[in-house]
Design a protein around this ligand. Structure first.
Ligand code: S3P
Length: 170
């Protein structure tokens, strides 16, 4: 199972809950990249640029989704940008889009805090990024959960209700 959506939509927290309660392995894609690289996402953006980060993200996602072990993977917000990733997600995972309004996202992310894509006015950036990506999230997702006003545990419960258990490895 893969969770997609904007930064601040709560993918990592809900994914962690979900994996715990289902006894599944949990992978946070950003954390996996950071571990492999031995540096933080902002450091990678700063030193190598976004393209290079996207290459790392693509190979980490492929590694996760080609493993046979059932897992919950929480994808970075931009993982849907590459067509190859969207295709991989569609073919290899059951995908849930955690959709949030820009207001909700703005409350949860603060500029400079591990968010290399946000500048001085995070709301403006979030609005633009969210609008540009909505179609990509929709294209990759099997289901959508609107997370506004929900706690991570409630989001996890909603995902569980939508998740077709008949397809175990996904
Ligand atoms: C990004 C989202 C981040 C991280 C990187 C780029 C994006 O992940 O991968 O800063 O392009 O939206 P989260 O969605 O987990 O914050």
């Amino acid at each position: 199972m893969a969770l997609i959506g904007m930064m601040g939509s709560g993918k990592s927290t809900a994914g962690f809950w979900l994996a715990q309660s289902e006894g599944l392995r949990f992978v946070d894609l950003d954390a996996a990249i950071e571990e492999r690289q031995g540096r933080s996402v902002p450091e990678i953006f700063e030193a190598d640029g976004e393209d290079c980060f996207r290459d790392m993200e693509q190979s980490e996602l492929a590694a996760c989704l080609t493993s046979l072990q059932p897992l919950v993977v929480s994808c970075g917000g931009g993982a849907v940008l590459r067509a190859e990733n969207r295709e991989l997600l569609r073919n290899r995972a059951w995908v849930c889009w955690l959709r949030a309004t820009v207001e909700t996202l703005g409350q949860r992310v603060r500029a400079g805090e591990n968010r290399p894509l946000l500048g001085e006015n995070p709301m403006v950036d979030l609005e633009a990024i969210s609008a540009a990506r909505a179609g990509l999230y929709a294209e990759a997702a099997n289901e959508v959960v609107d997370v506004d006003g929900l706690e991570a545990e409630q989001v996890a419960e909603q995902i569980k209700r939508l998740w077709p258990r008949a397809v175990p490895v996904r």
